[in-house]
Design a binder for this molecule. Structure first.
Ligand code: HSE
Length: 310
């Protein structure tokens, strides 16, 4: 195999989108991960370096989501003769609810697939990205990996069989705030009740259906009215400092909706105007700083491309 290299970017994602626990997600332009990959004469996948992870991620190819996904892909393709070396640059916080492990897995799979001459479609790459997600947090959900791979807004219509639907992308601005508190996905999943009341289920599926409908009709007032979660948010929000105060402030200052990104602790809100988004997110960061909580903030449109070659 001729020696070739590639550098790619894969985006962060907002999973759940308030009412769609485990079935809805969208990608953002910022933050995201960068990955450099090069073919090698020596078979197998090797991680040469990881930057931006504060030394937290394993360089062991079997234990790291990026390499483990690529190893599964090579096995599936019967190309275990191929060698890849990679350098990962984490440009987003980990364990933040922004789909950090998904971005890495998607970056690795996308880069490997490109270097192999694109043997698989994005849809065919999805199960390998889900395997990486299962390795990272114990559960192979697709609401981060699917939007990271396809870009835009995605609906996981079913897991068995896996069926993913690309939804229309709203022209809105997403404000993200990552408070520096620890909320591991495993823990955030464990505290949710496994049974729901029928009346809550009725409210929730009305909101999900309304949200999907609003994307097709570009009715962003309806979208805002649908960004409500009566099942997961009331429990998980207790893990996030000042959640109710932040939500009230955002909703009174132009947000169409406000909620937890993935399993948290990042919170996201959607706006028609970038100026409203900027003002709210800056003031929320100040609000948390006054309480002694540091945070990162990001402002982005919805990403429509998924991973790209840099
Ligand atoms: N849907 C998953 C959850 C996403 O909320 O646990 C995790 O990032």
């Amino acid at each position: 195999m001729k020696k070739e290299s590639i550098k790619v970017f894969a985006p962060a994602t907002v999973a759940n989108v308030v009412c769609g626990f485990d079935i809805l997600g969208f990608a953002v332009n910022e933050p995201g991960d960068e990955l450099w990959m090069e073919t090698s004469d020596k078979p197998g996948v090797r991680i040469l370096s990881i930057n931006g992870d504060e030394g937290k991620l394993s360089l062991d190819p079997q234990k790291n989501t990026v390499s483990a996904s690529v190893i599964s892909l090579l096995k599936h393709l019967g190309r275990e003769d191929v060698g890849f070396e990679l350098k990962l640059t984490k440009k987003m916080p980990m364990g933040s609810g922004l789909g950090s492990s998904s971005a890495s897995a998607v970056a690795g799979l996308f880069a490997a697939n490109e270097l192999l001459g694109k043997p698989l479609t994005k849809l065919e790459l999805l199960p390998f990205a889900m395997e990486g997600e299962a390795l990272a947090c114990g559960h192979g959900h697709a609401d981060n990996v699917a939007p990271a791979l396809f870009g835009g807004f995605t609906l996981i219509k079913s897991y068995e069989p896996l069926e993913v639907i690309a939804l229309p992308v709203p022209k809105l601005f997403c404000a993200l705030l990552y408070p520096h508190v620890d909320v591991p996905t495993r823990d955030a999943r464990q505290i949710i009740r496994s049974k729901v009341l029928l009346k809550d289920a009725v409210t929730q599926w009305g909101n999900i259906a309304g949200l999907v409908s609003s994307l097709y009709t570009h009715d962003y007032d309806l979208l805002g009215r649908c960004l409500k979660d009566v099942i997961v948010e009331p429990i998980r929000s207790i893990l996030i400092p000042e959640f109710d105060h932040m939500k009230t402030y955002a909703m009174e200052n132009g947000a169409l909706g406000f909620g937890i990104s993935g399993s948290g602790p990042t919170v996201f809100s959607l706006y028609r105007s970038p100026d409203d988004a900027q003002k709210v997110i800056t003031n929320l960061q100040k609000m948390l700083a006054d309480k002694g909580v540091k945070s990162n903030i990001y402002l982005s449109e919805i990403n429509e491309t998924g991973p790209v070659v840099l």
